[in-house]
Design a protein around this ligand. Structure first.
Ligand code: GLY
Ligand code: MN
Ligand code: MN
Length: 452
């Protein structure tokens, strides 16, 4: 995989702002703050990552910024507050667009220095009946918003009109984000492609005696080489029973001959996430019990992908995994009883304790409601979701035969709903037993040749 050049065009950011403004109630204003910089240690910050809602509407990557949409405003509907240009700061910390750049390069109709926020924003809010704002994410900014409103209220006797209503911006914005455009799908395909390449690379280099973090390093290398600036979430590399810990991120144990390794890792590219899990044998060959459970997880995943199509409800893929996994666990003797009754009693949760997936987009667990009016949402073209069933047999589960204990398996792909069905963005990472074994055997052969 080589580096990608696909990205969201400026025009699309403008279209998103227009679409949002068209849905806002009359005489309202929307306020969206940028993400805050977070200290990592003493005077070193975490790598900055813009807030997904903010970047979705602006494409503007700098911190200390506030986006305002004021439909119908005479001097421009899209107002951006941002840092001023500063030669010294730019020499030390990098380029800033400044208010001039916000207008020229980012499509703002009007832009001001962030330091002028307290002076200017109350004036923009004044006279608007409703404020669209996502309360509760940034407590400091929440207080600022209330201060601006109180400033207007304090002037009510002089004829100032404070807003009467706050509306959660997320309802509108997150519904927009749930439906991906053609360009967004292309960017997500690029994130998927680099993640696919990294998973294949991990299968190729894996051998007993390596440390989990050495495999993690292969991912970081491949992601960065392809133009990703960060993983979409902290990579999970769990050898043996560590694969049974759903959010295992220590990644510091040795990979042992005869165990499986579960890797859940995906790149973020241009603010869009990929999210892939593969589980494979560290020595390249599945044992019989590993293979039996693996093939059951795979069968359930394929059944779920088949029902991920327009018109089906959100939970159809999950229900498909539950059915196949419960039937299989009974057949293998891990559960006993009637399949229907076991499903009703959720007996499968002893081994399969999470749901089959989530929305995927700018955030790995992306925004968008799963239920509408109390009913599971119907899948529609442009929605992207993961399908990721698993079976995890705790190493100290005395209810089951010893041969199953400590086996943790998950298989996860990223699926976009299309007009007629779906497309699996991550299909190129092998997931059939014979494909994985063949890939690993070929890589082992190459390795042995080089070592001779
Ligand atoms: N990597 C997080 C998840 O699969 O949901
Ligand atoms: Mn995952
Ligand atoms: Mn996932």
């Amino acid at each position: 995989m080589t580096k990608s050049s696909v990205s969201i065009a400026k025009k699309e950011f403008a279209e998103r702002r227009q679409e949002l403004m068209a849905m806002m109630e009359p005489n309202s204003i929307a306020i969206v703050p940028a993400a805050q910089v977070k200290v990592r240690n003493r005077d070193c910050d975490h790598a900055y990552r813009q807030d997904s809602d903010f970047i979705y509407l602006s494409g503007f990557e700098e911190p200390e910024a506030v986006l305002v949409l004021a439909p119908g405003r005479e001097h421009g509907e899209y107002v951006l507050f941002c840092r001023e240009r500063d030669r010294t700061m730019e020499i030390w910390n990098g380029y800033r667009a400044g208010p001039e750049g916000a207008v020229k390069d980012f499509g703002a109709n009007d832009a001001f220095p962030i330091g002028d926020l307290d002076d200017i924003l109350p004036g923009l809010i004044e006279g608007r009946e409703r404020v669209y704002y996502a309360m509760g994410n940034l407590p400091e900014f929440d207080r600022q918003v209330m201060n601006w409103v109180n400033t207007i209220r304090s002037k009510a006797r002089t004829g100032a009109n404070p807003p009467g209503e706050f509306i959660d911006l997320h309802h509108l914005l997150h519904d927009m984000r749930l439906y991906k455009s053609k360009r967004e799908i292309k960017v997500m395909q690029a994130a998927a492609d680099m993640s696919v390449a990294a998973h294949i690379r991990a299968m190729e280099v894996c051998e007993p005696g390596m440390m989990e973090y050495e495999l993690e390093a292969e991912f970081l290398h491949e992601f960065t080489r392809c133009g990703s600036r960060a993983p979409a979430y902290t990579s999970i590399v769990g050898g043996g029973a560590n694969g049974c810990i759903l959010h295992y991120i220590e990644n510091n144990a040795e990979l042992k001959d005869g165990d499986l390794v579960l890797i859940d890792a995906g790149a973020e590219y241009q603010y869009y996430a990929a999210d892939i899990t593969r589980t494979f044998p560290i020595n390249g060959t599945f044992s019989e019990p590993q293979k039996a459970l693996y093939e059951l997880v795979l069968k359930s995943q394929l059944a779920a992908i088949r029902v991920a199509k327009p018109g089906n409800p959100w939970n159809a893929p999950h229900d498909a995994t539950v059915k196949v996994i419960t039937q299989g666990l009974v057949k293998l003797g891990l559960l006993t009883g009637k399949v229907d009754e076991l499903i009703e009693a959720e007996a499968y949760r002893q081994f399969y304790m999470h749901r089959a997936g989530h929305w995927l987009g700018m955030d790995v667990h992306d925004v968008g409601d799963y239920k509408v009016g109390g009913e599971w949402r119907v899948l529609e073209e442009g929605m992207v979701l993961t399908i990721e069933p698993g079976i995890y047999v705790s190493p100290d589960d005395l209810d089951v035969d010893e041969k199953w204990r400590g086996i943790g398996i998950r298989i996860e792909d990223d699926v976009v709903i299309t007009a007629k069905g779906n497309k699996v963005l991550t299909a190129k990472v092998p997931k059939k037993v014979d494909e994985i074994e063949a890939l690993m055997a070929a890589a082992q052969k190459q390795r042995n040749k080089k070592r001779k």
